[in-house]
Design a binder for this molecule. Structure first.
Ligand code: FEO
Length: 171
């Protein structure tokens, strides 16, 4: 049985994952309208990944005999000054998500809930990867600056991203 402090923290995390999904879907819509279909695709895949993260946490709560409580999702921004701006906002948001995961990890350690720590290990690695991907894209976009051809090339590259269901969903 999941202890109530941990259950509450994971329910907050589920809300944060759905907020992330909604944020990236908003970015996807923004770039679709801005004529950058590759960026729109990249954020659409990110949206799918975040929904998967929420689902992994929901499955975990149920596996432990807990109760999932879905809360309202806050409104998200709808405009960004450009691609670099959107990825900077993404990195900033992911750093907050990382801090939330770390604090559940610390709580699970305090409560001697080793199963939750084990489940969170996947998320700890996932956050490292997400932040790193963002940093790399910010670096590339900073390098090209206002160069339209550079942006066109990056957009083509981001168009190739496809969604792959995260491994914990297959468990
Ligand atoms: Fe679900 Fe982007 O972390």
């Amino acid at each position: 049985m999941l202890n109530s402090k941990i259950q509450d923290a994971i329910n907050e995390q589920i809300n944060a994952e759905f907020y992330s999904a909604y944020l990236y879907l908003s970015m996807s819509a923004h770039f679709e309208s801005a004529g950058l279909p590759g960026l729109a695709n990249w954020f659409r895949v990110q949206f799918q990944e975040e929904q998967a993260h929420a689902t992994i946490f929901m499955n975990y709560v149920h596996q432990r005999g807990g109760r999932v409580i879905l809360k309202a999702i806050d409104a998200v921004p709808t405009e960004w000054a450009g691609a670099a701006d959107a990825f900077r906002a993404t990195l900033e948001h992911e750093q907050k998500v990382t801090a939330m995961i770390n604090s559940i990890y610390a709580l699970a350690a305090d409560e001697k809930d080793y199963a939750t720590r084990d489940r969170l290990n996947w998320f700890v690695s996932e956050q490292v990867e997400e932040e790193d991907n963002c940093r790399q894209l910010i670096d590339k976009l900073t390098l090209i600056g206002d160069n339209g051809m550079g942006l066109y090339m990056i957009d083509r590259e981001l168009a190739t991203r496809t969604y792959v269901a995260p491994s914990p969903l297959a468990e």
